[in-house]
Design a protein around this ligand. Structure first.
Ligand code: SF4
Length: 689
């Protein structure tokens, strides 16, 4: 809305950073962001924001923004007109497709772009290029959680709302650091602790901020979460503390599941995890005594060889104790990026159309063929992990990547970068000249969220609208416009004039969002999927049963995958994660002066014991090496980590310090999510303080 001084504008937007999905009014004057004003109407955050949402907007005016399309000639990039960049891109992609087949081209969409843009990206891959080679970064983070939720409950989304976390008697946080990675959500747990005496259990390798505030902190050995979760579940059943009525009426497969738990005795569980039997019993008792339990988890669970199975063990525990399908209970994988949920919901996956409809189902395919007026590929495509392998094998020749710095954030970054070197044609769409963009042949300048309209879907399946606060800077454009122009140069006849039209088309093709419309999402209104045709939505899933056989949840037996073994010389256990001030690798927050000043570099946390044993002083420059690469950074001595466990924040857009130069290509069996959290390293001091 225009205010008294006509150049001052107040625009409702949704935060561009984490998956909590805070919404607020942003005040601007010309291109200057004056202030961020949260509102009681904001469903996920009300009057709260964190440092990133409140102060993290300078990047939109950064002088590092790419303002014109760029084409590589030799080793340099040259600015060109949109016409030239688009024509050249369409020509090269079509040449490669016609020569090597549609599956020689692949598409990576973005968890930072809107639902509408994600929908168009998968439509471009499928309807225009005739390939299912489309994926997004949920492959790196929460795909194992989605797999677990679909196995056990049916839908691949959080079972309730952030509000339920406040209502629960007991919250358990496993392998997550919400005080830094999902700050506003952690504030709401903190409030419930203070106001209602809510109990908190934190299981983590690192004594993070929430662990300090917990009633019980569990520090199991790295990679053994499935074991303690299964051991505790078995103990609960053995004691008769399970919810027999719920199990009888609403759950299938109990007997087979109980048989699968046989080996997880207290003695075995204690031996494998390093947790004492007393601690395991105390955990079981706290769960059994609580009237309502919620479990939150994140990358500390999913980024392991057994990430899907450990996520499933969490769901099994909740099912056995009847803590799903009623308010104040449930499973909450905490989505990392603001729209990682939406990227999956709107079909940016090699096996699913929008709404998790299988590409292998002929009836579903026929529906999309009719709607889009084209024939569609019949087999699932490559996920982003397989794409990197396929480039190395010479099978994949061209890639169109939107808004991901894969060369830094994918695991085993050296391997990914050497794959990008081999691409015959590479299109990167971004705001900044990222590490990944350095490998591109064409760079399209994209606009950030403040410069466009659309919708984002947060961690609790909540769809929210964002409105345009600023015009696109320079010649940059919203992603949906760029994708449309590429498609139309390749023979499509897309006539979209607004994100609203795209949203309507997408929602019309999926039961999950059938009743979602821009009108129903006006201003601060929001909808949590499934959204039925009459516009009612679903803050709580499964109140009336589960969309599985017989309407019942399914207990799913799982087994433990021991962590990777590595040569003994690599004697330190490496963990990694986010910082409060920066978002992930820092592509945006490193361009916010206030934040960058406060936390300018990444670092390695080492324990006081290790520091003493190796003579490493606080602030010393160290080299950290794994079998896959090495990095240099300063050491921070802290008791957040213990013994031989070390921790490196994800923050870094530079080659010499990015933690993913150390991580491997090993991955979860079912989803291919890299085992980022299973690496061992060695350390040497380069320079004393
Ligand atoms: Fe943004 Fe997440 Fe902070 Fe909310 S908690 S303001 S969504 S970064």
């Amino acid at each position: 809305s225009e205010l008294r001084e006509s150049r001052i504008k107040k625009t409702k937007t949704v935060c561009t950073y984490c998956g909590v999905g805070c919404s607020f009014d942003i005040w601007t004057k010309d291109r200057k962001v004056l202030k961020v004003e949260p509102s009681m109407d904001a469903p996920a955050n009300q009057i709260s924001t964190c440092v990133k949402g409140k102060f993290g907007w300078d990047f939109v005016n950064s002088n590092e923004r790419i303002l014109e399309p760029l084409i590589r000639r030799g080793d340099a990039f040259y600015p060109v007109s949109w016409e030239e960049a688009l024509d050249y891109t369409a020509k090269r992609l079509a040449e490669i497709r016609d020569r090597d087949g549609a599956d020689a081209v692949a598409f990576i969409s973005s968890s930072k772009t809107t639902n509408e843009e994600n929908y168009l990206m998968q439509k471009l891959a499928r309807a225009v290029f005739h390939t299912n080679n489309i994926d997004n970064c949920s492959r790196y983070c929460q795909s194992p959680a989605t797999e677990a939720l679909r196995r056990t409950y049916g839908y691949g989304g959080d079972t309730g709302s952030i509000k339920d976390l406040e209502m629960a008697d007991l919250v358990i946080i496993v392998g997550a650091n919400p005080a830094e990675a999902h700050p506003v959500l952690s504030t709401r747990i903190r409030r419930a602790q203070k106001k209602r005496g809510q109990k908190l259990i934190v299981a983590d390798l690192r004594k993070n901020i929430m662990a300090e505030r917990a009633d019980l902190f569990l520090h199991p050995r790295q990679g053994t979460d499935l074991v303690w979760l299964s051991g505790v579940t078995k103990y609960i059943i053995d004691q008769g503390w399970h919810n027999q009525e719920f199990l009888q009426n609403k759950v299938q497969n109990f007997d087979e599941y109980v048989a699968s738990l046989e080996k997880y005795t207290l003695a075995y569980t204690s031996e494998v995890t390093g947790l004492s039997q007393e601690t395991l019993i105390q955990t079981a008792k706290m769960i059994a005594d609580a009237k309502s339990v919620c479990v939150c988890w994140a990358m500390g669970v999913t980024q392991h060889l057994g990430g899907s199975d450990t996520s499933t063990a969490i769901c099994n525990l909740l099912t056995v104790t009847g803590n799903v399908g009623r308010p104040g209970t449930g499973a909450y994988p905490l989505r990392g990026h603001n729209n990682v949920q939406g990227a999956g919901d709107f079909g940016c996956a090699p096996n699913f159309y929008p709404g998790y409809q299988s590409v292998s189902d002929p009836a579903v395919r026929a529906k999309f063929e009719q709607a889009w007026g084209v024939s569609l590929p019949t087999t699932p495509g490559l996920n982003n992990h397989q794409m990197v392998d396929a480039i190395h094998e010479g099978k994949l020749k061209a890639m169109y990547l939107v808004g991901e710095d894969m060369a830094i954030v994918d695991s085993n970054a050296n391997y990914v970068q050497s794959a990008f070197e081999k691409l015959e044609f590479f299109v990167v769409q971004d705001m900044f000249f990222s590490k990944t963009a350095q490998f591109a042949d064409v760079i399209f300048p994209a606009s950030p969220s403040l410069e466009k309209e659309g919708t984002f879907t947060n961690t609790e399946r909540r769809i929210q609208r964002l409105y345009q606060a600023l015009p696109p800077l320079g010649a940059s454009k919203p992603d949906w416009q760029i994708i449309t122009e590429v498609a139309n140069r390749l023979g499509a006849n897309w006539k979209y004039t607004s994100p609203k039209e795209i949203f309507e088309e997408a929602c019309g093709l999926t039961e999950l969002m059938k009743g979602a419309t821009y009108e129903r999402l006006e201003g601060y209104k929001s909808l949590q999927w499934p959204v039925w045709e009459d516009g009612t939505d679903s803050p709580h899933l499964y109140l009336d049963g589960f969309p599985l056989e017989g309407g019942k949840a399914r207990l799913w037996p799982v087994d433990w995958t021991p962590p990777l073994t590595l040569p003994e010389a690599y004697d330190l256990q490496l963990n990694n994660g986010r910082l409060l001030e920066h978002f992930h690798e820092g592509n945006m927050t490193q361009r916010v002066a206030g934040i960058q000043k406060k936390v300018p570099h990444t670092f390695i946390e080492i324990s006081p014991e290790l520091a003493k044993q190796r003579g490493i002083e606080d602030g010393a420059l160290v080299r950290v090496s794994s079998p896959y690469g090495s990095v240099r950074m300063r050491a921070t001595v802290t008791d957040r980590v213990q013994g031989n466990e070390v921790y490196i924040p994800l923050l870094s857009t530079k080659d010499e310090e990015a933690v993913n130069l150390l991580t491997s290509s090993d991955h979860d069996t079912y989803t291919f999510t890299p085992a980022y959290k299973e690496m061992r390293v060695k350390i040497e001091v380069l320079e004393f303080t």
